[in-house]
Design a protein around this ligand. Structure first.
Ligand code: ADP
Length: 789
């Protein structure tokens, strides 16, 4: 700090009534030296080298003005003179070289300000001086040719010694010229450019020069600072005297272009071998690539005609153990062996061939790694020098980029192929799984729909075949339009909206929704369905879709109803005769005289009960599929005659005519005669029961008919009784189904009848008109002619 402080030398009259300057300036941070006489002043001045001098004109012991003049001769240190307010004194002070004057008595503030201004100014001036001196030295001593030229007119303002030497003029001679005076007008346009000129020296010699210039301001005028490069020597080889550089540049350019045009590694390597021959011509060349510390020849050229050498593709060398290769790795640069015989480190044993006399090779580097080598061989000693090694290294670095690119590409290609293979495999697996799944789905009897939940609504993405059959909507319709499966007939928009809301809530809260309803098919018909919808979630919370399984429970429902009917009818049918039995037993005790009559009734009742129980057993046997038929050759005419004969008394009791109509030629069927008799009996009993008493006619007919399945026997039982209303017709063959009437019955006869006919491979149907009569007819397959025989 103290070193950089400004030093002030003060000469002041210590008896003066003025304020004392030193304390004030010391307070300001200056280094102050105060003297009270003029005599030791010069000596002190030399010792102190002050930044500022303060001289009091009233100082004793000498002429202060003379001192000021002496100091001024010593240098540019600013001198502040303290003078009384007297014009003559002020003028005198300036005339002896004072930089400024300060009037006495001195005011503190003014003193401070004035001192600061002078010291700062002095500092700047010193700095500028030092800078200029430095610049001057650079200008003078620098070996580059430098000129300073006036921007206006091109007058040479200054020239350094190097310029004088180059142009062969003295500095003054150059100063008398303009830059144009040096220039030689060019013959052709191309020869000169913005920076490129021809300058003539004093000797008349013409130089090729390149000029770099920059303008600057000095004393209000614009000057140009020029550095002149003599490129005469450099340009000559460029013009064709040294072909190697040109060829190298050209080959590198070609290599870059050639290599970037393919990404196939072998092709890249072949092109490198082609191009390297232009840079470093040799008899043969090869590229080795390193893998796990072993360098193998990946590609080679020019070994084909070398008899006695092993195939270069077989050559493999351990890099660490092969001095040449190891040297390149360790030194990370190209190696030249101008004469193999003189090189002690050279491996003489195979695989290096005898003919090889000169060798140059460069490591192929990617980043810090050596990935291979580019080797050039020659059978002539001293074919290669360090120059070739340098060139080969430049070339190898270029080639490395292409090799790296091809390797990256190869890796990407391999990855892509692997990816493709995996995708293919996975797709095949998925296809198989999907095939299995869809086979399972389509084999299901339950309908299955998968719906996706996107943007607040469910959209069907998949339905199985069962659902298509069940609903009549095809897959296309399910997927393209949203079929409202859950919308039953007559459901209002409001109800349907509520239903959908309920479904949504259930899926969110419980994860599923179970619903039994009558659903509509496309054609408007309905079926009873049980649906179970299960939410599908991604992660724990978010619902992404739902699977709905639809079961057609129409049959189940019908069975359930049948069973309910059974319980109702069976209990009713059994209670009635039991009540009857109890009544008769009571009466038998009370009226022993009418015992005969009561016994008869008991018998009838127990018979009826027996029939009922038998029918129930039959029904249950049919249901469980355990009925056993005893098939025989049956002649239908005989069977009909027997049954009609048995039922004749009952018909007569009701005053009904029971007639038979058939041809005599026997009609054979393969049947259980007992069961077949039961069928015909049931139909005749129904005909008798459902025809009002008196004058009715019942006809039993038998004939042979022919249809697509072959020859059939047709049995018809026709009555002119009460008939059956149309709405009952589809149901009368169901067990326990009855039309309410006076006639007693359990509603089992027709269902047993149908089961028996169907077990014989036949069919039964009815046509009927209410109040007109009914005709029941059934067909049985005829026994084959041969079998008949
Ligand atoms: P059940 O005669 O014991 O009631 P069925 O199964 O034999 O039971 O007959 C079922 C129903 O079919 C009867 O209740 C009756 O209403 C009707 N039915 C059967 N045969 C005739 C017929 N020949 N004429 C009119 N209705 C008949």
């Amino acid at each position: 700090m103290s070193e950089t402080r400004a030093a002030i030398l003060i000469a002041q009259d210590d008896s003066g009534d003025d304020l004392r300057l030193s304390p004030i300036l010391i307070q300001e941070g200056y280094r102050v030296e105060a003297l009270t006489a003029t005599r030791p002043f010069l000596a002190e001045f030399r010792r102190l080298t002050p930044t500022l001098i303060l001289l009091d004109s009233g100082l004793r012991g000498g002429n202060v003005f003379a001192l000021c003049a002496r100091l001024r001769e010593q240098g540019d240190v600013p001198i502040l003179m303290l003078v009384p307010d007297d014009e003559a004194m002020i003028e005198r002070a300036y005339s002896v070289g004072a930089t400024d004057v300060l009037l006495k008595p001195v005011r503190t503030a003014i003193l401070r300000r004035r001192v600061r201004t002078l010291i700062d100014g002095q500092r700047d001036a010193l700095r500028a001086q030092a800078y200029e001196a430095r610049m001057q030295q650079i200008f003078e001593r620098n070996r580059s040719i430098q000129l300073i030229v006036n921007a206006k007119g091109g007058q040479i303002v200054d020239a350094n010694p190097a310029a004088c030497a180059f142009y062969g003029y003295t500095r003054d001679e150059l100063r008398s010229k303009t830059i144009r005076d040096l220039e030689v007008p060019s013959q052709t346009k191309q020869e000169t450019s913005l920076f490129h000129f021809h300058h003539r020296a004093a000797s008349g010699q013409i130089h090729d020069v390149k000029i770099f210039s920059s303008p600057f301001e000095s004393d209000g005028q614009t000057l140009i600072y020029m550095i002149v490069h003599d490129v005469t020597r450099r340009r000559k080889p460029e013009a064709g005297q040294s072909p190697t550089t040109d060829v190298l540049a050209e080959a590198l350019r070609n290599t870059a272009a050639a290599l970037s045009s393919t990404l196939d590694q072998n092709e890249v390597l072949d092109r490198i071998l082609e191009q390297v021959n232009l840079v470093v011509p040799g008899e043969s060349a090869n590229i080795m690539l390193i893998e796990a510390g072993v360098a193998r020849v990946a590609r080679s050229r020019g070994y084909e005609n070398r008899l006695g050498t092993i195939s270069s593709e077989d050559v493999a060398m351990n890099v660490r153990e092969t001095p040449t290769l190891n040297w390149m790795v360790e030194n990370n640069r190209a190696l030249v062996i101008p004469d193999v015989d003189e090189f002690t480190g050279w491996i003489t044993k195979a695989p290096y061939p005898d003919w090889l006399k000169s060798y140059v090779a460069a490591p192929i580097r990617i980043g810090n790694y050596v990935i291979g080598f580019l080797n050039i061989d020659s059978s002539v000693p001293h074919s290669f020098s360090e120059l070739e090694a340098d060139h080969l290294q430049i070339f190898a670095d270029q080639a490395a980029i292409a090799i790296r690119n091809s390797r990256l590409f190869e890796r990407v290609r391999r990855q892509a192929a692997e990816m493709e293979r995996r995708v293919f495999q996975r797709t095949a697996e998925l296809d198989f799984e999907r095939g299995q799944l869809s086979a399972i789905m389509d084999a299901m009897t339950e309908g299955v729909a998968y719906t996706e939940y996107i943007g607040g609504e469910y959209r069907t993405r998949y339905v199985n075949q069962a659902l298509v059959h069940m609903t009549g909507y095809d897959v296309e319709e399910w997927i393209s339009q949203s079929v409202n499966l859950f919308r039953s007939k007559d459901m209002s928009d409001e109800d349907f909206a509520h239903l959908l809301e309920a479904i949504g809530e259930n899926l969110v809260s419980r994860g599923d929704w179970i619903y039994e309803a009558r659903l509509q098919r496309k054609d408007g018909t309905e079926f009873d369905a049980m649906t179970i919808t299960t939410a599908i979630r991604s992660g724990k919370t978010q619902i992404v879709g739902a699977v709905t399984v639809v079961r057609d429970i129409s049959r189940e429902k019908a069975l359930r109803q049948e069973r309910e009917r059974f319980v109702a009818y069976a209990s009713h049918e059994l209670r009635t005769p039991i009540t009857n039995l109890k009544t008769r037993l009571y009466l038998m005790r009370r009226q022993p005289e009418r015992m005969e009559e009561h016994m008869r009734v008991l018998e009838t009742v127990t018979d009826r009960m027996k029939r009922l129980v038998e029918d129930l057993l039959d029904i249950s046997r049919f249901e469980r599929g355990i009925i056993k038929l005893e098939f025989k050759d049956v002649i239908l005419q005989d069977l009909l005659r027997n049954v009609v004969q048995i039922q004749q008394p009952e018909a007569e009791r009701k005053q009904l005519a029971l007639a038979m109509k058939f041809e005599e030629a026997p009609i054979h069927v393969h049947a259980d005669p007992e069961r077949l008799a039961q069928v015909i009996t049931n139909l005749i009993i129904n005909a008798i029961n459902y025809t009002p008493d008196g004058n009715g006619q019942i006809e039993v007919r038998l004939s042979k008919v022919c249809d697509v399945t072959g020859n059939l026997a047709l049995v018809e039982v026709e009555d002119c009784g009460v008939g059956i209303a149309e709405e009952h017709l589809p149901h009368i063959f169901q067990p326990f189904y009855r039309v309410v009437s006076q006639v007693e019955g359990a509603g089992l006869g027709l269902s047993i009848t149908r089961e028996i006919v169907e077990l014989h491979g036949g069919e039964i149907e009815v046509t009927s008109r209410l109040g007109v009569g009914s005709t029941f007819r059934f067909w049985l397959p005829l026994l084959d002619q041969e079998e008949e025989a």
